[in-house]
Design a protein around this ligand. Sequence first.
Ligand SMILES: NC(=O)c1ccc[n+]([C@@H]2O[C@H](COP(=O)([O-])OP(=O)(O)OC[C@H]3O[C@@H](n4cnc5c(N)ncnc54)[C@H](OP(=O)(O)O)[C@@H]3O)[C@@H](O)[C@H]2O)c1
Length: 325
Amino acid sequence: MKAVVVDEFNRIENIGIKDVPEPSLSPGMARVRIQAAAVGFVDGLKVQGLYQTKDPLPFTPGTEFAGVVDQVADGVTLVPGTAVIGMARNGGLAEYICLPATDLMAAPQGLSPEMGASFFANYLTGLYALRYRAKLQAGDILLVLGAAGGVGIAAVQIGKLLGARVIAAASSEEKRQFALKHGADAAVDYTSADWRDQLKDLTAGHGPDVIYDPVGGEVSLQAFRSIAWNGRHLVVGFAAGTIPALPFNLPLLKGGALLGVDLAQIGRREPAVRDEAMRQLFAWLRDGELVPVVGRVFPFAEFRAAFTAMTTRAALGKMVVRIGA
Ligand SMILES: NC(=O)c1ccc[n+]([C@@H]2O[C@H](COP(=O)([O-])OP(=O)(O)OC[C@H]3O[C@@H](n4cnc5c(N)ncnc54)[C@H](OP(=O)(O)O)[C@@H]3O)[C@@H](O)[C@H]2O)c1
C-alpha cells in the first residue's frame, strides 16, 4: 500500500509517499481503508521531531482519519463495510490502518469522509474544554484566539451551540470573515496595537468570561489581562511557538483561573466525560446543528501542501488529505 513515511525527522519537503506492506490484524483489531485524513498543527511538528513526544522511526504521520472497515479480527463485532472515524497515535496518511476496534466510532449517516476526518480532535477538545473545564454558561462572553484555525473554528461553533456570545480573534480580514461566517458574533484583529481597547468596547468593559487559547506567546498574556472577573483562560496550545509565563499576581487581581486542556489524556483519565462529550457531539451532528468545518482538501500526492498551509499560518479551518475512494 502507499503511505507517507518519515524515516528520519525532517522538513516536510523531504518526506515522501512509499510502498510499504499492508498492516495485518492482531487480536481485537480492525483494519480500515482510509478515505481521508486530517493534518493538524501537531502533525507538522511531529514530522520534524519538534513535538513534545517523538514517534519511534520510521512512522506514518496522521492522527485523525475517516474510512471504511475492511477486515476485523476474530470476535470483533464491527461489521466490514461500516463507515468509521478514528484517532490513532499515527498512521493516518496511508491507504490502510490497523488499530483496536474500540478506538473506532461508526460515522453518523451522511458525514462525508472529509468532515469525518476533521471532526474528532478539534470538536472533542472544544467541547471538553468549554463545557467540562471552563463551565461555559449560556450568555457568557467567549474569546477565541486563532479563531480561524482548525482548533479555533471548532471552538467558535461549540461556543455558539452552548449559548455563548463569541468574539473571534484572528490576524487577517480573511480569517476574521471566516470566523464570522461560521457563527462568531464579532471579530477583533489581535495583531493591532489597540486590540485590548477594541475588546473592551465589544464587551462594554466586562471582558471575556472564557478565553480559548490555542496560540500562546505574548497574545496570551494580553488576553489574560483583559479577562472578566472570575474568568477562565483555557490553555490549549502554542501555535505561535512560545510558551508564555503568567505573572501570578494576574490571576489574583482578576479572580481568574488558568485551566489546562489535554485531549490526549481525556480518554484515559476521564473516560465517562469523553463518552458523554462524544454522545453530545454526535447528537449535534445527527441533528444538523454542527457541521464540521473542512478548510481545504488536497489529493494524496499533494499531502505536503496540507502541512505547508499549517506551518505558514495560511490555513483556514482543518486541512484534509483525500486518500481513497
Ligand atoms: N490541548 C489539546 O488537547 C490540543 C488539541 C488539538 C490541538 N492543540 C493545539 O492547538 C494549536 C492549534 O492547532 P490547529 O491545528 O488549530 O492549528 P492551526 O489551524 O494552524 O491554527 C493555529 C492558529 O494560531 C495562530 N497563530 C499565531 N501565531 C502563529 C504562528 N507563528 N504560526 C502558526 N499559527 C499561528 C493562527 O491564527 P492567526 O493567523 O489568526 O493568528 C492559526 O490560525 C496547536 O498548538 C496544537 O498543538 C491542542
